[in-house]
Design a protein around this ligand. Structure first.
Ligand SMILES: *Cc1c(COP(=O)(O)O)cnc(C)c1O
Length: 394
């Protein structure tokens, strides 16, 4: 029995693979290295050059990248780490792995990014109570750069380290610098999950400008084992072996198979970004007459538009967002939600967080909807989505 595919199905995001990508992966399969080798080295170098950062450490996911960045920032059990409420759970979990105590900062309703006002208010409160965070993880939500310069100013005043979770924002430009340059942060993390800007299958990376942090990130990625540290084993023949474990690390290595795909995809990033920006601008213009809100952004801080998230204001206590979601699903348009506030997940509610903890994140939670946007999204499919949304409101 065959299942007939009659209905149009448009995903909210999707990777785009070319013949060149396939050839690059096959090339590695025929080579001497399958795990971390020359393709990873090349990928790291290319990312450093692209982002304008001194170093890149490629790993097997952004979650791993966030974890080793937290370790390199020296997050210890009991340390306080703050993250925006509107993000993927990995942004918070990475600090949990280090035993941190999490807290959540509210967001702007303009763009879903961390609210600088709420951050400042919380910091001042924490300073008075002697409860300042050791680390803040900011997020460039949907690929729209958050106001990192102002967060850096606060980090200088209140003495916390700063990781930018730029899983959505490879290729975005903030204040004239490519996201990942670490002009205003200690570390930047990227994801190469298939729905993100470029794909490696699974994969992630950390960029940094610090020599010391770079060395530490490399150790943490691979078992805490160093090839080059001085052996100190007395007369046991240390000159005969080539590695020793100097700290507790993990196996977070990226394989050359994945990195080859990453290299090939990175060579097409301008094309990917151009498509995303064009589709975002088309949505913004085409949906402007409807009772919905498009994200606020400016093209000086060029977003990468990983996602296009609209808001449908609640009317007469009816969540028209849910109705729109159901309507679009019926006509073959798969939408998504970014995000349930992290603290509303059962795991975090068990830590004492509750509905209403961050006022704007709750409004966002009720009203936002992610509509399709991705490089392989055709103009006619985008017109179809726009027309279906218009019909819903008629
Ligand atoms: C996708 C994503 C991650 C996790 O990425 P993986 O590579 O899947 O581990 C972390 N943070 C944010 C904001 C993300 O969107």
């Amino acid at each position: 029995m065959s299942i007939e595919k009659t209905k149009k199905e448009i995903p909210y995001g999707r990777h785009q693979i070319s013949q060149k990508d396939i050839d690059a992966v096959v090339g590695v399969l025929n080579s001497d290295f399958l795990t971390q080798g020359p393709e990873v080295e090349k990928f790291e170098h290319s990312l450093s050059v692209y982002c304008g950062s001194k170093y890149t450490v490629a790993v097997n996911s952004a979650t791993s990248a966030l974890h080793i960045a937290c370790c390199a920032a020296n997050v210890c059990p009991g340390d306080k780490v703050w993250v925006p409420a509107n993000s993927f759970v990995a942004t918070a979990n990475c600090a949990k792995y280090c035993g941190a105590v999490l807290d959540f900062v509210d967001i702007n309703l303009d763009d879903g990014n961390i609210s600088i006002e709420d951050l400042q208010r919380k910091l001042e409160h924490a300073r008075i109570n002697g409860e300042l965070p050791k680390l803040v993880i900011a997020v460039d939500f949907a690929g729209i750069p958050c106001d990192l310069k102002r967060i850096r100013e606060l980090s200088n005043i209140y003495g916390f380290k700063l990781i930018l979770d730029a899983s959505h924002a490879l290729g975005a430009i903030y204040e004239g610098n490519r996201v990942g340059s670490n002009r205003y942060s200690d570390f930047t993390v990227f994801s190469f999950h298939p729905v993100k800007i470029i794909a490696t299958g699974e994969g992630g990376a950390v960029t940094t400008n610090s020599d010391q942090d770079y060395e530490r990130l490399k150790l943490l990625r691979s078992h805490g084992v160093s090839r080059f540290s001085k052996a100190h084993y007395g007369n046991l023949g240390a000159e005969l072996w080539s590695y020793e474990q100097v700290t507790l690390g993990y196996n977070y290595r990226l394989s050359d198979i994945h990195a080859a795909l990453g290299n090939s995809q990175l060579s097409r990033i301008n094309y990917f970004l151009k498509k995303r920006v064009r589709q975002a601008l088309h949505y913004k213009e085409s949906l402007s007459g409807l009772p919905i809100k498009s994200p606020v952004f400016n093209l000086i801080n060029t977003p990468s538009f990983h996602l296009y998230v609209i808001q449908i204001p609640t009317k007469d206590n009816v969540y028209s967002r849910n109705n729109l979601y159901q309507y679009l699903t019926k006509v073959g348009i798969q939408c998504n939600f970014h995000y349930i506030p992290i603290y509303r997940h059962p795991f975090y509610e068990r830590e004492g967080f509750f509905s209403g903890y961050c006022k704007n994140a709750e409004i966002w939670f009720r009203e936002m909807l992610t509509i399709p946007l991705f490089p392989a999204f055709s103009h006619s499919d985008q017109e179809y989505v726009i027309n279906q949304i218009k019909e819903f409101f008629e």
